[in-house]
Design a protein around this ligand. Structure first.
Ligand SMILES: NC(=O)c1ccc[n+]([C@@H]2O[C@H](COP(=O)([O-])OP(=O)(O)OC[C@H]3O[C@@H](n4cnc5c(N)ncnc54)[C@H](O)[C@@H]3O)[C@@H](O)[C@H]2O)c1
Length: 319
């Protein structure tokens, strides 16, 4: 990342966006953030080390967006309502934030001279296909309104790359975890909820039998993939999986966390499986390795330890 590069991070008050902003600032970029705090927080902004500009606003609000995008070369689009169950309960708000928002951002990026657009896509695009690992050439099969909305954004990115020459990458994140992920709602990522429960001495909740599996990726790896995608010369317009190709069940994950936190006695409460959730998820990451030089920087166990360390100093430890 060359020093002084003007970048925009949408959703920069969120978990992934604020971590990405941190690393971009560390590498010398001039960072602008736009966020409407729908799921993000000022606490995340406060934890960002170094200077950045911030506009509180919605990516569907043209006035706010035009201010944010002025002079920007690279957009990292993280803003979304990132939850399957939330989208099942309220598909309209998910559609507006994810589909309309991404489309509006692409239009403004094209009209305002943005060169590169890196989009946070989602592994939910694959749905429940029995074949593992999931590879980008598979036919998408989105099961929830959220998955459809995120996939629509991918298609728009590709079209804008092909038709207007706006250079895009869509990075299909699998399950990302790490510091600043908010554990406080039932919509939250499962690792953040497990850690919060274990540390507070409450009962961790598993939806279903816990034998569902996920390919968890520590945040530093996802941040690195984004920065690589901002600089890559091969593969423009493509969609790439971003994950490590490992699979762990939620039961096993909880066991690992119980071991790290030294709480062997804890038992999970099992609630009914959630509509729209997929059973198994595991990535084939060879395309990202080939095109971005992606490699795992921080593994699962080390990532879990870092996340627990962060939790201890976070506001969640004081609630
Ligand atoms: N966390 C994961 O495991 C995961 C997996 C796959 C894809 N993703 C994608 O990564 C991105 C970041 O997710 P996250 O986990 O950091 O979630 P997050 O909820 O922490 O961050 C999303 C941010 O976007 C902001 N936002 C939402 N709608 C907005 C709008 N209309 N205008 C401006 N800001 C808006 C929110 O306030 C929030 O700060 C999302 O696009 C999500 O779909 C995340």
């Amino acid at each position: 990342m060359h020093s002084g590069l003007n970048v925009l991070v949408t959703g920069g008050a969120g978990f992934i966006g604020s971590n990405l902003a941190d690393e971009l600032i560390r590498q010398g970029a001039r960072v602008m953030i736009i966020d409407n705090f729908s799921t993000g927080s000022r606490h995340n902004l406060d934890e960002i080390n170094g200077p950045f500009d911030f506009i509180e606003g919605d990516i569907n609000d043209d006035a706010a967006l035009l201010k944010a995008i002025d002079g920007v070369e690279v957009v990292f689009h993280e803003a979304a309502l990132p939850s399957v169950p939330r989208s099942v309960e309220n598909p309209t708000e998910t559609h507006v934030a994810c589909v309309d928002g991404t489309f509006n951002l692409l239009v403004k990026a094209k009209e305002n001279g943005v060169r590169r657009f890196v989009y946070a896509a989602s592994s939910s695009a694959y749905g429940d296909q029995p074949i593992l690992p999931k590879v980008e050439t598979m036919q998408p099969d989105p099961l929830s309104p959220y998955a459809v909305a995120k996939l629509t954004g991918e298609f728009y990115c590709r079209a804008f790359n092909n038709v207007y020459g706006l250079e895009t990458f869509a990075l299909r994140y699998f399950n990302v975890f790490g510091p600043r992920q908010n554990p406080s709602s039932t919509y939250s990522g499962v690792i953040s909820r497990f850690i919060d429960a274990l540390m507070k001495g409450t009962t961790p909740v598993i939806y279903g039998d816990g034998e569902q599996s996920r390919d968890f990726t520590y945040i530093a790896n996802v941040v690195d993939a984004n920065i690589r995608a901002a600089q890559a010369t091969e593969g423009l317009g493509r969609t790439l999986n971003v994950a490590n190709g490992d699979q762990i069940t939620l039961n096993r994950l909880l066991d690992v966390l119980k071991q790290i936190t030294d709480k062997p006695e804890v038992e999970a409460e099992h609630l009914p499986a959630r509509t729209g959730d997929v059973k198994h998820s595991q990535a084939d990451n060879r395309l990202a390795v080939e095109l971005l030089g992606y490699q795992e920087l921080v593994g699962l166990e080390e990532g879990l330890r870092r996340t627990i360390d962060w939790w201890k100093t976070s506001r969640f430890a004081r609630q």
